[in-house]
Write a protein that binds this ligand. Structure first.
Ligand code: UDP
Length: 324
């Protein structure tokens, strides 16, 4: 299986996966409507501009490139926005994915890798979240991703469409080349915002809440490098195809860092003592979100290769030299 359609391939995690697919001998074909993605992120790769809602276009692209599997990254990802504009989220993250799955079914494309999220679990009921943790999302974003996971189970039972759902924790870092990296507009994620404060592009970084039940009062998250995520996609695709079965994995490092610890590390990496302020809590933030990645390690042989220091170093390299 070589020809892979990467939907949302011009986005952050998609573009890193496209690069790695090519390095491993696959033929990635990027399908993106460029509403959020960056054409510069996929220079040199096969590119088809198109929307997920466009079934005829998808059918053409499947045929033209003899697509054998689809990786799907084209989603809206902001929790706060999903609360304010759920309709937008259900349309893009659910209805359009249904359209894509129907197009796959019609074209006889049988393998799907889906970007899911830790947000499908909701409030943690144990320290580290494994695949048996209850899935009770607390916001529309998490609901949309869980709905697709359910759709995938039904499509497997009825039509034999095999799918991997990968629940990312905090995707972060940038490719070592410095050629591609994270670029959201507006940016809401902690690491790019911290590094933009270090670079003098923002006056300060604001910590959202220092009264959480954690050792230093700030939220703890599990940061996982985007290239480690990309590698997990390829390992999971290969296992799914080999065994012809649907799979689910939680992808994180298994280690949590607080917002304050991350800022300290960023000051050490950059050598810049940027300004830090404290604000009230951001709605919808659980105190601690850490993955138990044991299943991915056991079944895929996947172990993150980048720790927090390397994540910040690669993100800093990108921030200083960003092209988009
Ligand atoms: N955060 C923060 N200041 C910011 C942005 C984020 O303190 O300007 C915190 C946020 O409350 C959360 C953590 O950083 O505890 C990671 O947030 P991010 O938005 O990067 O990812 P999320 O965990 O929401 O997926």
């Amino acid at each position: 299986m070589k020809n892979i359609l990467v939907v949302g391939g011009a986005g952050y995690i998609g573009s890193h996966t496209v690069k790695m697919l090519a390095e491993k001998g696959y033929n990635p074909v990027v399908y993106d409507n460029l509403s959020k993605g960056h054409k510069e992120a996929v220079e040199g790769f096969a590119f088809e501009e198109g929307d997920l809602g466009d079934k005829a276009r998808l059918a053409d692209v499947f045929k033209k490139h003899q697509i054998e599997a689809v990786m799907h990254f084209a989603a809206f990802i902001e929790v706060g926005e999903s609360v304010k504009e759920p309709s937008k989220y259900y349309h893009n993250n659910v209805a359009k994915v249904l359209n894509l799955l129907d197009a796959m079914k019609d074209a006889g494309v049988k393998y799907f890798v889906f970007s899911s999220t830790a947000a499908t679990f909701g409030e943690p009921v144990k320290n580290k979240i494994d695949e048996t943790h209850p899935q009770l999302p607390i916001n529309p974003y998490g609901n949309t991703k869980l709905m697709v996971e359910k759709m995938l189970e039904d499509f497997d039972r009825a039509y034999g469409l095999k799918a991997v759902a990968l629940r990312y924790f905090n995707a972060s870092g940038a490719d070592d080349s410095g050629h591609i990296g994270e670029s959201h507009s507006p940016e809401t994620h902690l690491i790019p915002l911290v590094l933009q404060a270090a670079a003098g592009k923002r006056p300060s970084i604001k910590i959202f809440g220092n009264d959480y039940p954690t050792p230093d009062g700030t939220c703890i998250r599990d940061y996982v490098h985007v290239n480690d995520l990309a590698r997990a996609h390829i390992l999971a695709l290969e296992k799914m195809e080999k065994e012809n079965q649907s799979l689910r994995y939680n992808l994180g490092s298994g280690s949590g860092y607080s917002v304050a610890e991350l800022i300290k590390e960023a000051k050490a990496v950059t050598g810049i003592d940027f300004k830090v302020e404290t604000e009230g809590r951001r709605a919808g933030d659980p105190a601690v979100l850490v993955a138990d990645p044991a299943k991915a390690e056991r079944e895929l042989g996947w172990k993150p290769q980048y720790g927090l220091r390397k994540i910040i170093e690669t993100a800093w390299n990108w921030e200083k030299n960003r092209r988009f």
